[in-house]
Design a protein around this ligand. Structure first.
Ligand SMILES: *[C@@H]1O[C@H](CO)[C@@H](O)[C@H](O)[C@H]1NC(C)=O
Ligand SMILES: *[C@@H]1O[C@H](CO)[C@@H](O)[C@H](O)[C@H]1NC(C)=O
Length: 444
């Protein structure tokens, strides 16, 4: 009986073991990894050329101090002692020398057999060996880098990026052969794209903003309206675009459009763009005021019977006043940075309040209370409160305002009552009553 005992093997050395110890045994097929037993049919075991499934299904045998026979497809942890029993033609395994030492110690202490690798780790390692040992199969599974690059390039050609789309749209828009209908569609597509902050800024760097601003005084009111729409959406919460737009002369164009445009839909969109441009941007607000912006708005307010424009205008006023108040209140915070001081400085140049009296706003805003919409009345009340420091005297001398506020208060208190009966917890009407009360207290 000849026993060949293999040296202890580790996983690391396993990777190099293509020229195997087993080659010393002539009748033994030697092209499989050492730790895996060959099938009876002589087929290569788990670490052979078969699919990954086999690795996954590999059964890992935990060796002990006794020799035990390995069945086909079974694997053993690193450091195990494997031998070939030439009599039976089968492989046997037991703990390696190092493992045995630990094992004996642990068993004396009643512990468990330590295993240098968990079964899962072993499977992973074997899978990797298998891939490493099979450069051909790897190559067939994965395409070369060059091929991949080619595929990516093709994909790029098929999928237009937003930047490419905007470039194409702007070129079309700028072409003299493009019809007005096409331009309108292009503006709608751009409006959709510029909601993304990056896209809006890219539009500016492509020179697109200039085209949009020029569209604001187009002779076709539909182009005016859509241009204002794009400008408003691009400027909304996008300081970079706000700055570029003011630099492109957008403010003057918007004011001119407000003063001259006829259809209501154009004025609505122009107001939308104006509000987006002025929001949190004291420099633009200052320019707006010095260009007679409040005068233009007051004329628009007087001319608007329906209340849609009035509400938007009053909201803009309210925003400008309250922004400045909020900034100065933030000034109470002891931790001030340079940017904040600059902002306070910029807002100090914006004197909306000073112009309120001049343009008759103290008398105009109460007119919005006559609207039948709760929302419009709420906006009016908030603006009246924000304007109160400048307008109180005017409010008091307004012969109809006090009476109007009292009757509104009655109406809303009844609504609060029915709100409670219906179990509506929103408290919207109660909020309006509170606004009225606050204003009434100030006017006393
Ligand atoms: C529009 O066309 C003019 C002249 O053809 C060109 O100078 C300008 O850069 C173009 N603008 C854009 C945004 O493509
Ligand atoms: C728009 O205004 C610019 C200058 O501000 C002017 O050159 C252009 O002719 C105006 N376009 C229309 C259609 O009025």
């Amino acid at each position: 009986m000849r026993l060949i005992s293999f040296s202890c093997i580790t996983l690391a050395s396993l990777m190099l073991l293509r020229c195997q110890h087993i080659a010393a045994v002539p009748e033994q097929k030697s092209d499989s990894a050492l730790t895996v037993v060959e099938n009876v049919e002589g087929e290569v075991g788990a670490v052979g050329d078969e699919g990954e499934e086999e690795v996954a299904n590999l059964k890992v045998v935990q060796p002990t101090e006794q020799w035990q026979t390995l069945k086909p497809g079974e694997a053993v942890p690193a450091g195990s002692h494997v031998r070939l029993n030439l009599q039976t033609g089968q492989r046997e395994v037991r703990l390696g020398e190092e493992q045995l030492k630990h094992w004996t110690q642990d068993h004396r202490n009643g512990g468990h057999v330590p295993s240098s690798f968990a079964p899962d780790e072993l499977k992973q390692a074997m899978k990797k060996i298998k891939e490493d040992l099979n450069p051909d199969s790897v190559a067939s599974k994965y395409r070369s880098l060059e091929e991949l690059k080619k595929d990516m390039a093709q994909l790029d050609l098929l999928v237009e990026t937003d930047v490419q789309i905007m470039r194409r749209l702007l070129d079309q828009f700028n072409s003299s052969s493009t019809t007005t209908e096409q331009r309108l569609n292009i503006l709608l597509e751009l409006e959709y794209l510029v909601h993304q902050v990056d896209n809006a800024q890219t539009l500016c760097s492509m020179g697109g903003l200039q085209l949009i601003v020029e569209g604001l005084n187009s002779s076709d009111f539909r182009l005016q309206e859509k241009s204002a729409f794009v400008l408003g959406s691009a400027s909304a919460s996008n300081p970079v675009v706000q700055v570029k737009a003011v630099e492109s002369g957008a403010l003057q164009k918007l004011l001119t459009a407000l003063a001259t445009a006829q259809p209501l839909i154009v004025k609505k969109k122009v107001l939308f763009a104006l509000a987006a441009l002025l929001r949190h941007f004291p420099y633009a607000q200052h320019n707006f005021l010095s260009n007679g912006g409040l005068q233009v708005l007051s004329e628009l307010f007087r001319a608007d019977g329906g209340g849609v424009l009035r509400t938007r205008i009053v909201t803009m006023l309210y925003d400008m006043i309250s922004e400045k108040v909020l900034i100065s209140q933030a000034g109470l915070d002891p931790v001030l940075d340079a940017a904040h001081e600059e902002r306070v400085h910029q807002y100090s140049k914006v004197s909306v309040e000073a112009e309120l009296l001049e343009n008759g706003w103290c008398r105009l805003v109460p007119l919005l209370l006559e609207s039948t919409e709760h929302d419009h009345r709420e906006k009016a009340l908030r603006a009246l409160l924000a304007m109160a420091p400048k307008c109180l005297d005017e409010y008091r001398s307004d012969s109809s305002l006090l009476g109007y506020l009292l009757s509104l208060r009655d109406q809303y208190q009844e609504l609060v009552h029915s709100e409670m009966i219906l179990g509506d917890e929103t408290g919207y009407f109660a909020e309006i009553v509170e606004l009225i009360d606050t204003l009434l207290v100030k006017m006393k």
